[in-house]
Design a protein around this ligand. Structure first.
Ligand SMILES: [Zn+2]
Length: 236
């Protein structure tokens, strides 16, 4: 089975929180989309690996994605090692995605920025035919970076107005993370505040392109646009 898009996250729920609306939109448009979670989220203050596995499965169903895989790398211990690269390369070669969506290269949580560099290097090495670790060499042609709470100027914004409600439903599948439990009460904001914050962020990115809700992305590589007049934008 070939995927059009593979989104990679360190933890179960990273994809839903940062680019879930875009994933749902791609599915709505008929693309085959997969999500690869690197860890089981077992080091999180709230919930267990088992609970989060169930929640991730429900969220996958909600988003309508083709495939969701987990690499079982250690949570709070993601590292850019050859062994971890080979695990990702195995997935890239098996599913041959044209586009890979990975975390922004800086961040507060080390797992996030380490996932970024690990994924980038895996995409590169996956294209080397002399790397004999099984499977046909494959290098995705486009790598884009999703943003969490970075104050960085995005390269482009996807309008997720139609998908926003479903994105929130997918996030709410993670009941262990987004309900007001006693665990970590002094660290985490109340769930409703988190939902409001996510909505506010989506509203800001939406407003930049003259839409209600948006999700922001960065690209390091210059991207080709075939017809310049198809670029959308709002001069605000
Ligand atoms: Zn995370």
């Amino acid at each position: 089975m070939k995927l059009d898009v593979l989104a990679i996250g360190a933890h179960r729920d990273d994809i839903e929180l940062s680019c879930g609306g875009t994933i749902i939109k791609l599915v709505d448009e008929g693309y085959e989309v997969g999500v690869l979670d690197l860890t089981q989220g077992e080091a999180g203050t709230r919930g267990t690996a088992k609970e989060r596995a169930r929640e991730a499965k429900n969220a996958a169903k909600c988003m309508g994605i083709t495939l969701r895989k987990n690499l079982y790398l250690p949570d709070a211990g993601v590292n850019n090692t050859e062994a971890a690269q080979h695990k990702i390369i195995h997935i890239l070669r098996k599913y041959q995605p044209d586009m890979v969506i990975i975390p922004y290269w800086e961040g507060r949580h080390p797992d996030h920025y380490k996932t970024s560099i690990l994924s980038y290097e895996s995409c590169f090495f996956s294209g080397l035919s002399k790397l004999k670790i099984g499977g046909l060499a494959h290098r995705p042609s486009k790598i884009v970076y999703y943003m969490a709470f970075q104050e960085t100027h995005p390269s482009f914004i996807i309008d997720i107005t139609e998908q926003f409600q479903k994105k929130m439903e997918a996030i709410k599948c993670y009941k262990s993370q987004f309900s007001d439990s006693e665990d970590g009460k002094n660290i985490f904001m109340p769930a409703n505040d988190i939902f409001e914050l996510l909505e506010a962020r989506a509203r800001v990115y939406g407003a930049i392109i003259g839409k209600k809700y948006g999700e922001a992305f960065l690209a390091k590589q210059p991207l080709e646009i075939e017809d310049m007049m198809t670029i959308k934008g709002k001069f605000i």
